[in-house]
Design a protein around this ligand. Structure first.
Ligand code: FEO
Length: 406
């Protein structure tokens, strides 16, 4: 049922083995650019009997079962716990259940409904609620539902004997690699990929992230080992990754601005340069992101710690450029908070782009600090000075906000 004997499990603790799959190839995870690939982590708890925590994406289960086979015959798995119903963890669930035929399969209450809606499952999946405890194969496990982090079914599983938390998507990142532990990977890479993951997956649920981190502390859940479903396992410095999530959940603005734009004949591009210079003159770190060379998920990453968001678009057929609308639609769904912003753009005759951009920014709850700069055809010196001054004004206001927050 596997892919041969060369694929091995990796020992995580006395009781737990990593038996996941490495996806070196993936570069697009439902629209989010995953430049370093990903892993779909599954874990084997080997007590008196064997429990599998989570499965893997469709097409990767033979890799997972090969890794299981390096420890036990997969048919010895008695219990299967599904912490999260999204396809990257359950795409192979039905096939795996058929192959290993476990005695029991568990998910959260919503997870049971979701799994039965997504798949044609002809057996009972038992529902778990927060606070439930089970003795599976001589190993005690407890469960905590983490609804909307980031799906309604999401749940984490705790192994108190080893102070080990199976955190599903929580504290994960898309990062393929031979290293199984975070302490084997440069911290700069961990921080960048964790931020990219948080910005693109968790940002809309930041209030719940803050509550979960507080809840873990209130419940006295000590974590010595953190086992997410993507990326490396944390056996050291767990406070670092939790601290990063705590910080990102607050979305405290920094002296940083993102300038997003597209241009038809180069006029809005010229304006973006002047806006960026004005921000720079105020000491604001500026990230200029031309839409055609900046994937929407990279814009989300840069917005994560920014305090200002300025958007430029020419007017096309009484509207904004579709390429700019694409990124703004994506960002609106991610609900970034605590941003100030403004708009700019060139036009030929009707000139609605700045009005539309302001409406979109307002809908995103960005505090608009200026009516924006609209320029007919090609910007002249005075127009560029107006753009520069827009950048200066935005930079000054951002510094006032960040200074007040210090
Ligand atoms: Fe990794 Fe929400 O799935």
């Amino acid at each position: 049922m596997g892919l041969g004997s060369t694929l091995k499990a990796v020992k995580i603790s006395d009781l737990v083995y990593w038996v996941g799959a490495i996806d070196w190839n993936i570069r697009d995870f439902h629209g989010y650019v995953t430049g370093r690939g990903s892993t779909y982590n599954a874990y084997l708890i080997v007590g008196e009997q064997v429990t599998l925590v989570d499965t893997v994406k469709a097409g990767f289960h033979r890799e997972m079962l090969s890794r299981v086979s390096s420890i036990v015959d997969p048919r010895e798995i008695k219990y299967l716990v599904s912490n999260h119903s999204e396809m990257d963890h359950t795409g192979s669930l039905v096939e795996v259940m058929e192959l290993i035929d476990p005695d029991e399969v568990y998910a959260s209450k919503t997870g049971v409904k979701t799994l039965n809606t997504q798949f044609d499952i002809d057996r009972e999946i038992k529902a778990l609620s927060s606070g439930d405890e089970l003795e599976l194969g001589g190993v005690k496990l407890s469960f905590l539902e983490t609804r909307m982090l980031h799906w309604p079914d999401s749940m984490v599983t705790y192994l108190p004997e080893e102070k080990l938390l199976f955190s599903q998507d929580g504290f994960g990142m898309h990062l393929a690699g031979g290293e199984r532990f975070a302490d084997e990977i440069p911290y700069s890479i961990l921080e960048e990929e964790a931020a990219r993951y948080y910005a693109n997956i968790l940002l809309p649920y930041s209030n719940l992230v803050s509550k979960l981190i507080a809840n873990i502390a209130e419940l006295g859940i000590e974590i010595n080992t953190l086992c997410p479903d993507h990326g490396p396992v944390w056996r050291k410095d767990i406070d670092k990754i939790i601290g990063l999530w705590r910080k990102w959940a607050l979305q405290k603005p920094q002296d940083k601005a993102v300038v997003l734009y597209d241009s038809m004949w180069g006029s809005t591009a010229l304006m973006s340069k002047a806006v960026a210079e004005g921000l720079d003159a105020e000491g604001i770190a500026v990230k200029v992101m031309p839409v055609r060379s900046s994937h929407r998920s990279e814009v989300a990453l840069e917005i994560l710690d920014a305090g200002a968001f300025l958007v430029g678009s020419p007017t096309l057929n009484n509207n904004i450029f579709p390429s700019v609308a694409d990124v703004l639609t994506y960002l609106k769904g991610l609900k970034p908070k605590n941003l100030i912003g403004a708009s700019f753009g060139s036009y030929g005759w009707s000139g609605e782009s700045v009005k539309h951009l302001n409406e979109i920014l307002d809908g995103m709850k960005v505090e608009i600090i200026d009516e924006g700069v609209s320029v007919n055809y090609v910007p002249g010196e005075e127009d560029l000075v107006r753009c520069y001054e827009l950048g200066v004004k935005c930079g000054k206001q951002l510094k006032e906000i960040t200074n007040a927050g210090k």
